[in-house]
Design a protein around this ligand. Structure first.
Ligand SMILES: *Cc1c(COP(=O)(O)O)cnc(C)c1O
Length: 910
């Protein structure tokens, strides 16, 4: 994409996210200036300026390093235009292609080669020794500025040919620079702290200062001899996956015993132990690199094994010897068949009752995702959700849930016999979609249950975080306020799309596990009891419902049972094969329900789980622990790029736009007044406050692109993009499509999307210019129809009284399971064609029409009718206007399937 050449605007919040791309851009700019200079088109001052621009942040990266930067500076100052351009190009390309990770030549310059022996400057062994993964180690040491080169040399001397990985040290001299480095440099995988460094960076880092203050990491909060421990805590908060080492001259035993040193992997005595440090660093990365199940599967595949079990495809014999299906073998390659097995011996372990490497792989995933336990699930999150429902919910228990959540929750409740208490999300009628469930509605539902004396029945709150369209809950606040009303409530957060969020310090606090971690920390803090008691005193003996609704309720830290479950479709946001899913547990009472979980696994998991899926879950975890931070940062950067490019483009923005946070989330849920990441003047402090306090935030990677303004409905536009341009989108609404950036996207994808949108926009411009008044009027009519004549979304009406025999008088839960099974008696059901006058008659005069099953149109993809629900006029209206083809649970020819009210009573719990 062409970036305007004008002076860069002052750094905004997005700047913070777009560092990797910005760095490559700065190098490209330097190269362009140097080439211009060489060709006589640019002044040397421009080159100097471009160089000065990039220099400060280069201290946070190992490559190109001080030596090459110094040569570059000399060439620029010495007037060697050609040599400067050549070196700038080489470095720029190496950064862009990341070739420096494997190619020693990238690290060489004529000057350096003359001064130092090559082996000290090259990151990899001589060619031919095989590829070793590369990472960087941050060294925080006093005086890193002056003795940095020495430190680098010392560390490089420790390399041995048998090392499994290769790393380069990045020395910095202060707390501030250390934070900067781990934020900006995703290649850092380990951090070593030498005692004695200070807090302040010698150079000005305005955006960083703001970040440090907002996160409580400024000099006012952390100082003195504790600096290394404070830095260790800060690093763990930002990038929990990093290994930390402390080199000390003091009593290392005493430091190691300090509870604040808990996040430090090893404390070493500084003077003697450099080799020890080197070995620890490699071992630490090796511990994340290890994939116990996958490693063993690879070994298993290579063994000569005769199989006499089922699964003819194992070892590929039935495929490669066949005349008829050999192409399958050629297509997939031999390994997938060698790795297929139905055995649970040979070290392969059993997913249903793991005791070996699956158990270990799950434990490693638990560590990585911040959970206590993880279950690998090979039938998608659809199954993970049903497992949670079955394991935790007994017949009659009440589950509060978003009516718009994924169908697996609704079916899970049918199976478990739990009573759904549906709570509506806020509607976004103009875009034909729902947002998320307001906390006030959840609190109200709980308080109503309490008023009915039924709070003990409320077992679980079940919400989707983030929603399909990107609404992120304030997970911590939701759990705290709910726990203030019922201290042992269980939470199920369906984070099907959001598993990757763990790897972004910006999103992590709003994940289920991030919030659980914060609440657990809060519970340990004695100030929390004080805060709770102060609020109790203020609320008084018997607070009114209004007072409870008004207050931001503080739970009693001594009474809370923190029981948090998360499910994620690892395959949706990380490198797992389709259907690879994880179920994360952080439940203080897990021991009491563990047996139930095993039953749920036995109920739902296949007895023939796919080995490749399990392996891919293991590998997805490895990837995220070693490069997740950079990948997620990149996905966010790409999303912000798309948002900017579409909305600012003079032609594209006439027809399309990506909705900002302010358009996706009504102002009442953005209490801090935060509008959007890309709004000029939005500071990092605003961003952090919004993340902490606002009821809902928007996941930047989920982009609602409005296409109704270009005259396309969502489905039509999705099809056009897929058929004509090979660009695939996620879901659609009446007038929008959902784009999602992922850990796999590149800047070329952005460029391609923008090019295509421009082509379509230009086409529209031409059509409108050439189409005359009638053409323009017809276009305007179509846009109006798509953008303003949108049907109201039907809220959940109510369960029919026949299915409320066990419900509260004022609370809306219902016995959905009985309704579901009532429909199994054909004689008790009837069909009414949607357009028949009888439907209107019944709406007017009764008897009520009771839905016999789930009716789920795609889009929007949630049940607009559930079994036992009274069908309202709004629902009929919506169904009649609905112009989608795929409606699960509805046969147009036969009509609505209804439970006859007289029958309804007969088949209930007899
Ligand atoms: C996709 C999805 C699921 C189901 O996950 P699968 O892995 O496809 O079975 C559950 N919940 C939500 C919110 C989803 O988006």
């Amino acid at each position: 994409m062409n970036k305007p050449a004008a002076a860069p605007p002052p750094p905004g919040v997005d700047h913070f996210f777009s560092f990797p791309g910005a760095r490559a851009d700065r190098w490209r700019a330097l190269h362009a200036a140097a080439r211009g200079w060489e060709q006589g088109d640019a002044a040397p001052a421009e080159v100097r300026e471009a160089f000065d621009e990039l220099l400060p942040s280069e201290a946070f990266f190992a490559y190109p390093g001080r030596g090459l930067l110094e040569s570059l500076r000399k060439r620029i100052e010495g007037g060697q235009a050609g040599a400067a351009a050549a070196l700038a190009r080489r470095v720029s390309e190496a950064i862009l292609t990341r070739s420096y990770k494997t190619d020693p030549a990238d690290w060489q310059s004529a000057e350096i080669a003359a001064e130092a022996p090559a082996d000290l400057n090259t990151p990899t062994l001589a060619r031919g020794q095989g590829h070793r993964p590369y990472f960087e180690m941050l060294l925080v040491a006093p005086g890193a500025g002056s003795r940095g080169e020495n430190l680098i040399t010392q560390i490089r001397r420790l390399r041995r040919p048998e090392d499994a990985f290769i790393y380069e040290p990045v020395p910095v001299g202060s707390f501030e620079e250390a934070i900067c480095a781990i934020l900006l440099n995703p290649a850092i995988a380990a951090v070593t702290l030498y005692e004695g460094f200070g807090h302040e960076s010698p150079s000005e880092l305005p955006l960083l200062r703001e970040f440090l203050v907002s996160a409580g990491f400024d000099a006012g909060h952390v100082a003195g001899a504790d600096l290394p421990l404070s830095l260790a805590a800060a690093v763990k908060r930002i990038r929990p996956e990093l290994d930390l080492y402390l080199l000390s001259d003091r009593h290392v035993e005493r430091i190691a015993g300090d509870p604040r040193a808990a996040g430090i992997r090893r404390v070493l005595y500084a003077v003697e132990e450099l080799l020890e440090l080197h070995l620890c660093v490699l071992e630490g990365v090796g511990e994340r690199f290890r994939t116990p199940f996958f490693d063993n599967l690879k070994k298993y595949a290579m063994r000569p094994i005769s199989t006499f079990h089922a699964l003819p495809i194992a070892r590929g014999k039935s495929v490669f010897k066949s005349d008829w299906i050999r192409d399958m073998g050629e297509f997939y390659g031999l390994n997938i068949f060698l790795a297929e097995s139905s055995a649970t011996t040979g070290g392969l372990d059993s997913l249903l009752e793991p005791t070996g490497n699956i158990r270990e792989a799950q434990a490693m995933a638990a560590r990585a995702f911040g959970a206590d336990h993880v279950f690998f699930v090979t039938n998608g999150t659809s199954t993970s959700n049903k497992m949670v429902h079955q394991a935790l919910v007994a017949p009659g228990d009440i589950v509060l849930l978003d009516r718009n959540c994924h169908k697996s929750h609704h079916y899970g409740l049918v199976l478990a016999g739990g009573q759904p208490l549906y709570i509506d999300a806020f509607p976004m009628t103009e875009y034909s979609m729902y947002g998320a469930v307001p906390l006030a509605s959840i609190k109200k539902a709980l308080l109503d249950l309490r008023a009915e004396g039924r709070l003990d029945r409320a077992k679980m709150v079940d919400l989707t975080n983030c929603t399909f369209d990107g609404h992120i809950y304030n997970t911590r606040r939701v759990m705290e306020e709910c726990l203030a009303i019922k201290p042992d409530l269980i939470f199920l957060w369906d984070e099907a799309w959001f598993g990757f969020a763990r790897w972004s310090p910006f999103l992590r606090p709003r994940t289920a596990m991030g919030a659980a971690e914060a609440i657990a920390g809060w519970m340990r803090d004695p100030a929390s009891v004080t805060a709770y008691e102060a609020q109790q005193a203020e609320l008084g003996e018997d607070p009114t419902e209004a007072a409870l609704m008004q207050a931001r309720l503080i739970p009693d830290p001594r009474r809370i049972r923190l029981r948090v479950y998360q499910t994620n479709s690892t395959h949706k946001s990380m490198s797992a094969l389709r259907q690879g899913s994880m179920l994360l547990v952080r439940d203080v009472d897990f021991a009491e329900v563990e047996a139930q979980f095993h039953e749920a696994v036995f109920t739902h998991a296949s007895t023939s789980p796919n080995q490749q899926l399990i392996a891919s879950l293991d590998v997805a975890r490895r990837q995220m622990e070693l490069e997740g931070y950079g990948l997620v940062a990149n996905a966010i950067e790409i999303a912000l790029d798309i948002r900017k490019e579409v909305n600012a483009h003079p032609v594209i923005s006439k027809y399309f736009r990506v909705l900002g946070a302010d358009e996706m989330i009504p102002a009442e849920y953005r209490q801090t007044g935060f509008e959007d990441f890309l709004r000029p003047g939005v500071s990092w402090t605003d961003q952090v406050r919004s993340m902490h306090e606002d009821e809902f935030c928007l996941d930047p990677t989920r982009m609602t692109l409005v296409c109704g303004t270009a005259g396309f409905d969502g489905t039509q536009f999705k099809k056009l993009m897929a058929d004509e341009y090979d660009i695939q989108f996620n879901k659609t609404s009446r007038n929008s499509v959902l784009l999602q950036s992922n850990i796999n996207n590149t800047r070329s994808d952005v460029a391609n999307l923008i090019r295509v949108l421009l082509e379509i926009s230009n086409g529209l411009e031409a059509d409108l210019a050439g189409g005359g008044e009638t053409g323009r009027a017809s276009f305007a009519g179509r846009v109006k129809s798509l953008m303003t004549d949108v049907p109201d979304l039907p809220n959940f009406s109510e369960f029919h009284e026949a299915f409320r025999w066990d419900a509260g008088k004022t609370t809306p839960e219902g016995d959905m399971r009985s309704a579901f099974y009532s429909a199994y008696y054909a004689e008790g059901c009837e069909y009414l064609p949607l357009d028949s006058p009888e439907v209107d008659q019944r709406l007017k005069d009764g008897p009520a029409m009771i839905s016999a099953n789930f009716v789920i149109p795609y889009p929007p993809g949630f049940p607009i009718m559930v079994p036992g629900q009274v069908i309202s006029a709004e629902t009929i209206d919506f169904m009649r206007k609905l112009d989608v083809k795929e409606i699960h649970g509805f046969e147009r020819a036969r009509g609505l399937k209804l439970i006859r009210p007289d029958n309804a009573r007969d088949h209930i719990r007899k």
